[in-house]
Design a protein around this ligand. Structure first.
Ligand SMILES: *Cc1c(COP(=O)(O)O)cnc(C)c1O
Length: 420
């Protein structure tokens, strides 16, 4: 049993006083009058990201089309430049990451290359708890090949509706599976999957693994290269704070660079010869080869500043604080909400083991969930509601405080008492 948490406000303030990342909060624009715990949905804008957007805008004003070559950094290589700085976040080698497209587009682009049905291997293994857009993309790819998703999409089932069991997923890696596509962190419960184990099992069965890191990038360290993940994608707007619909990322393991990108476009062409405008597609041997179109410079520009902050804080320190914040939240809910520890009132829907949890905590609030949510909103607490009864709370290490977590837990206890 963990020690009961100190529920005093003084303790919350003391935790903030000893927080080595506390200074980063001042580099964000915080919505006025709000405790913002939605960094898993849309991260906040930093002064750094704002400055990098304005800088790109200024380059456009001054340079016009010459910005492709003369902007700082040149737009022509911006996707690769930003991808390069993101490597440290996900444990990738230089060239394995590029900033491009959006998450679902990148799922499509990577499936086009990595889903190669043949012989008995025609099925895609995914899970029933993944974000629906990923499943829609997979269904489209199966249909494009004339395959019925009802038969060829194999979904790993959850026994509790919240979490997945890696062993059960591995059991489904048969010789009929052509590709495995999984999230690193489940968007509802926040469960962090054991990617290293899943990747090793997939490799052992000769099945490529495609990994959606939307809910882990920027808050959990990864070792995509060493784990032998074949390809991956993640958005820039959750824990990476690059703005609504910002440019996303795509990872292709070095061992696959010779493969042909099949959703091909001219920005994936061999960089040094792109402007020879040849009719035959020849791709750059790096993740950059999987780009399709000209990068959206203004959207990608936000990533520059946003990534700078994340790298300065360091993803290991971010993870450490993130765990401290979510542990504190769970401890306070257990202590302050009668019945929570037994799951009788509010139930912690995320794994209680921090090593199995991403950056947010899912609170299952039963039949009065909607009223609890409305009451939190009325107190200026921004969290999200996932029907029928889940409230997700994401304290972001870069801009949330322990004191804010304390306020949220107090408000939750009060809301639960008055809603039931
Ligand atoms: C956030 C998220 C998406 C969002 O997809 P977009 O294409 O950016 O709209 C997709 N998949 C997962 C797992 C996500 O968490």
């Amino acid at each position: 049993m963990p020690l009961p948490v100190d529920t005093s406000e003084a303790h919350a303030l003391a935790l903030d006083a000893h927080d080595p990342l506390a200074g980063f909060r001042a580099r964000f624009h915080l919505p006025p009058g709000t405790i913002y715990m939605l960094g898993n949905s849309l991260g906040l804008v930093s002064l750094d990201a704002e400055a990098s957007i304005l800088h790109a805008l200024d380059d456009w004003k001054r340079l016009g089309v010459d910005g492709w070559s003369d902007a700082d950094p040149p737009w022509f290589r911006l996707a690769e430049t930003i991808g390069q700085s993101a490597c440290a976040l996900v444990g990738a080698l230089p060239g394995e990451v590029v900033a491009t497209g959006t998450t679902t587009v990148n799922v499509h682009s990577l499936l086009a290359t990595f889903y190669r049905p043949g012989g008995r291997r025609t099925r895609i293994l995914a899970d029933e708890l993944n974000f629906p857009s990923d499943l829609y993309a997979i269904q489209g790819h199966l249909r494009m090949r004339g395959l019925d998703p009802a038969e060829h999409l194999v979904l790993a089932r959850s026994t509790d509706g919240r979490t997945l069991d890696e062993a059960r997923i591995i059991d489904l890696m048969t010789d009929e599976i052509a590709l495995v596509h999984l999230p690193s962190v489940l968007y509802r419960s926040g469960q962090l999957l054991d990617v290293e184990r899943l990747a090793a099992a997939a490799a052992g069965h000769g099945i490529p693994l495609s990994l959606d890191c939307c809910h882990s990038a920027g808050t959990v360290p990864h070792r995509l290269h060493d784990w032998n993940v074949d390809c991956a994608m993640w958005c820039g707007y959750k824990y990476l704070n690059a703005g609504p619909g910002s440019t996303a990322f795509l990872f292709v393991h070095q061992k696959h660079w010779a493969q042909k990108p099949l959703l091909s476009g001219w920005f994936g062409f061999v960089k040094a010869r792109q402007f020879e405008m040849l009719p035959e597609f020849d791709h750059e041997r790096s993740a950059g080869g999987w780009q399709i179109s000209s990068p959206g410079i203004l959207g990608a520009a936000a990533l520059e500043g946003a990534l700078r902050i994340t790298l300065e804080a360091g993803v290991d320190r971010i993870r450490e604080k993130s765990i401290a914040l979510t542990e504190y939240l769970i401890g306070l809910v257990d202590a302050l909400v009668p019945g929570a520890r037994e799951g009788a009132s509010v139930r912690i829907g995320s794994p209680r083991d921090p090593a199995r949890r991403g950056g947010h905590v899912s609170l299952e609030c039963g039949p009065s969930a909607r009223r609890v949510f409305d009451s939190l909103r009325a107190h200026g607490i921004a969290v999200d509601f996932r029907p029928p009864d889940v409230i997700r709370v994401a304290p972001a290490a870069l801009y949330n405080t322990f004191h804010e977590v304390w306020v949220v837990a107090m408000a939750l206890a009060q809301a639960v008492a008055s809603a039931s």
